[in-house]
Ligand binder design. Structure first.
Ligand SMILES: C[S@@+](CC[C@H](N)C(=O)[O-])C[C@H]1O[C@@H](n2cnc3c(N)ncnc32)[C@H](O)[C@@H]1O
Length: 154
């Protein structure tokens, strides 16, 4: 099994498109938990994802509950990237079956999603910095997770 990436109700189409391209290039599936703040065929999503979208494995889940049904059936651990996280990501032991969940650009994730995660990880930032762009945060964590699990494409 390979790592998977999930976006909780993404707000900004170009960020989601950038992450769809990232997932496609790294051979990972991308899970979009609806409702998203943009329509399926959004121009910004397509522009950022470019032709990589054609080879991206993108699954849309109608709700967090539907996503959880999929995740449990797959036996994947839910690892949430959050600015309220406790574990610095580089010290966290990733598994190849993990699904990395990124929060909504505007508000992150609600408390019930935070609680549902089996692990909550953070990229430590300098004092006073609130957060990274979601696509940058995703790229950093995926890089570490793929390094640890020897999951980069050969
Ligand atoms: C722009 S941030 C969300 C900001 C939101 N106000 C919050 O505090 O959750 C969008 C998403 O990027 C990820 N993210 C951004 N910076 C992060 C950090 N330093 N550590 C872990 N995740 C981060 C998280 O998944 C977050 O929900």
């Amino acid at each position: 099994m390979t790592l998977a990436l999930a976006l909780f109700q993404p707000d900004i189409a170009p960020n989601a498109g950038t992450l769809a391209r990232t997932a496609a290039c790294l051979g990972l599936s991308l899970h979009i938990i609806e409702p998203a703040g943009f329509p399926v065929g959004d121009a910004g999503f397509r522009r950022a994802g470019m032709d990589y979208l054609d080879r991206a494995a993108i699954l849309r889940h109608a709700s967090f509950a539907a996503f959880e049904d999929w995740r449990r059936a797959e036996g994947r651990r839910l690892v949430l990237a959050t600015t309220r996280g406790a574990l610095p990501y580089a010290g966290f032991a990733f598994s190849p079956s993990d699904v990395l969940l990124l929060g909504r650009e505007s508000v992150g994730v609600p408390q019930e999603v935070h609680a549902a995660a089996e692990a909550r990880i953070i990229i430590p930032l300098v004092a006073g910095a609130r957060s990274l762009n979601v696509a940058v945060a995703g790229a950093m964590i995926l890089g570490e997770a793929l390094r640890q699990t020897d999951g980069f494409p050969c």
